[in-house]
Design a binder for this molecule. Structure first.
Ligand SMILES: NC(=O)C1=CN([C@@H]2O[C@H](COP(=O)(O)OP(=O)(O)OC[C@H]3O[C@@H](n4cnc5c(N)ncnc54)[C@H](O)[C@@H]3O)[C@@H](O)[C@H]2O)C=CC1
Ligand SMILES: CC/C=C\C[C@H](O)[C@H](O)/C=C/C=C/C=C\C=C\C(=O)C/C=C\CCC(=O)O
Length: 116
């Protein structure tokens, strides 16, 4: 999962940067990151990649909250109606919430961080 998680981190920071208000003002294009949690798909059904970690994977998924792809799709429609560019949204059990880490610093906080 190390390479998998690293690629997710890369794509989330990529979309955060691309969707930054500065770029949105220049282009008018909204970029929004969608972060579903465990969803029944071909990928999560596949158990061939785990090797000796398969039992650990089974333990993690046993008690997890699962959702179906169509629930993710419905949440995405709602997210697109309200999401600001550069935000990321968690979709878990068919419910969407703004991922707090993606809320931007205020101008004052940026000033403070840069110039103090
Ligand atoms: N299923 C889950 O619980 C979660 C999935 N994700 C992410 O969502 C994305 C989709 O995942 P799933 O729908 O679960 O997987 P999936 O295995 O069911 O679907 C992946 C799709 O991508 C296609 N694909 C693979 N390589 C491709 C390529 N080089 N060019 C074009 N298409 C290609 C496959 O043919 C397949 O249709 C992945 O990035 C996954 O990491 C994120 C969070 C949770
Ligand atoms: C409790 C988990 C909570 C949330 C889910 C996460 O957001 C995450 O994105 C979901 C991941 C689920 C993955 C399940 C199966 C993956 C199978 C694969 O084939 C992934 C490919 C490679 C991983 C192994 C490796 O790095 O070699």
């Amino acid at each position: 999962m190390v390479s998998y998680s690293s690629s997710k981190y890369a794509s989330s920071t990529f979309s955060k940067s691309l969707g930054h208000p500065y770029n949105f003002k220049r282009t008018g294009i909204r970029i929004v990151a969608l972060c579903p949690e465990l969803t029944h798909t071909a990928m999560t059904a596949k158990q061939t990649v785990w090797g000796d970690q398969l039992e650990d994977y089974k333990k993690v998924i046993k008690d997890a909250v699962w959702q179906e792809p169509d629930e993710v799709g419905k949440a995405v429609v709602q997210i697109f109606k309200i999401a600001d560019s550069g935000t990321a949204w968690r979709i878990s059990g068919g419910k969407h919430t703004l991922a707090p880490a993606y809320q931007y610093l205020t101008d004052e906080e940026i000033e403070k961080a840069l110039y103090m």
